[in-house]
Design a protein around this ligand. Sequence first.
Ligand code: ZN
Length: 638
Amino acid sequence: MSMAVRDIRFADLQMLRYTVGGFARLEPRQKLLVYYLAQASLWGRDILWDQNCRLGLALRSMLEAVYDAHRHGKLTCQDDNEWEAFVTYLRCVWFANGVHHHYAMDKMRPGFSEQFLRDALHSIGYEVDEELMHLVFDPDFMPKRVNLADGEDLLETSSMNYYAPGISQAEAEAFYGKMKTDDPRPPMYGLNSRLERDGEGSLVERVWRSGGMYGPYIDKIVSWLQKASEVCDSPGQREVILTLIDFYKTGDLRTFDRYCILWVQQTDSEVDFTNGFTEVYGDPLGLKASWEGYVNIVDHEATRRAQTLSDWAQWFEDHSPVDPRFKKTECRGVSARVVEAAMLGGDLYPSSAIGINLPNSNWVRQEYGSKSVTIGNLTRAYDEAARGSGFYEEFVLPEALPMVNAPLAAQLDDLHTDLHECLGHGSGQLLPGTDPDALGAYGSAIEEARADLFALYYIADQKLVELGLLPDQDAYRSQYYTYMMNGALTQLVRIEEGRQIEEAHMRNRALIARWALAHTQAMKLVKRDGKTYLEISDYDALRTVVGQLLAEIQRIKSEGDQAAARRLVEDYGVEVDETLHHEMLQRYRALDLAPYKGFINPCYSLVCDKEGKPVDVEIVYGESYDEQMMRYGREYSL
Ligand code: ZN
């Protein structure tokens, strides 16, 4: 593969490339399957941009017009600094799929002047839209994409686009509250729609589907899925794709559940995918899902490792420190695969999860299990970027450094992800009658904490040594150290000074580490030469505390105890100690590393025979970040 184009660094971001080693192994038909599914993964991009902010697509067009004019020599800039700041801003907007930081959710600030942009637009004859100027330059206009601050109207204070302006949180909650019945198999109400007001002022849902909202985009996705359905790995996979097409055509959420059930049972194909309205982190009320799509190829070797865990799922469930009432008596269908990403799209691009566990419907999971993947080639790309960066040398206590730097440590990260995805999310059960959404805005952080705690508890278990997944009983220690260090200290480098912790996964890690600090002497923060470090003196005792918190979090989830969820998250997962935060940022800045990373996709191109019929697919890696973003804007936008 070509590494001619250097992976770029800008603002707080670094772009990485992932390689798809398994692609070469596929037969031509399967390569075509990857190609068609990849196209279907890219066509939902604009839907996501529109979901993130109602002005997102207009903003992108405006910024790209300036960038394009400059590249073609139609725009000359007097001031190189302004131009450089403009390009950085555009790259950040591309990265975030909108004007708000992908992680912090705050609006990003431009480093160039308003005059600069006005002049540039004027010189290329692009009509200035004053609302877009506000969006870029007025910090008080749409300041936050998703606000989760306790006590505020979460819809009024969030500028995501899942609810029409003027709809209050109370109205939306009442609207969806009425849909709740005692149906044991409820669809995920609200998942694929925007809540709006009709002419009479009543609330109505507008649905993303063929002939509905973003219908022409959905039709594009459908047409590529159609092609994919003709080159499937199995009749079962074909049925999965056809059911998804049916869902896109009707927008019917019960069809979506049917698709999820078929999809979760489809575990033997070499090439797999997700495509659709999936995760709800972008909605402050946790109902509406952002569009995402990705394609993957199974990694057989690494899958054996994850499968071993899966095979023992019931054993892990039975032996967890959780109250027996909250345990599944029959743990089924937790399938586990390690895959290589072949294409990332929508909300998984360019910033991606490294492990995915779906579907999200509680009753489908309960009755059919879930499908869990760890994306090995993304983890590998992260790993390679981190090695030798000096990060651990700065933040890890010197006596713990050899342990953390041992070759085994990277493997432990993978094992933690496997445990989190294959066992953690799939473990436990709700008490009969508990509303799956009872934890409200705290649900995501609590669910992630539950999966992480399950992983932390078991990574220290003798069982993993017995199963041949770890060499000895002490091997897990480096994972405890780096996990707790991250939760208590180093993840703070991803937050801007003066801000609190907002994102669900970050809240979960802070919650776990700081709850543990408050509840055991086995771990504490120490000062050396004016620097703060984490010290763990008794790993066994720390594991006991991990088990205690796991039991409590599972209770909260099983009983739907929102008051307790709120207390835990607010007490341990949100606030940031200003002095500590400042210190972390300073030490981190001195290393000159990017706290966030994203991925540049490979390019695929069709090889056709003399009649123009596609017969094979080539993969190419050389595209630069800017080229890729500009191309996606041209080729996957209507
Ligand atoms: Zn998770």
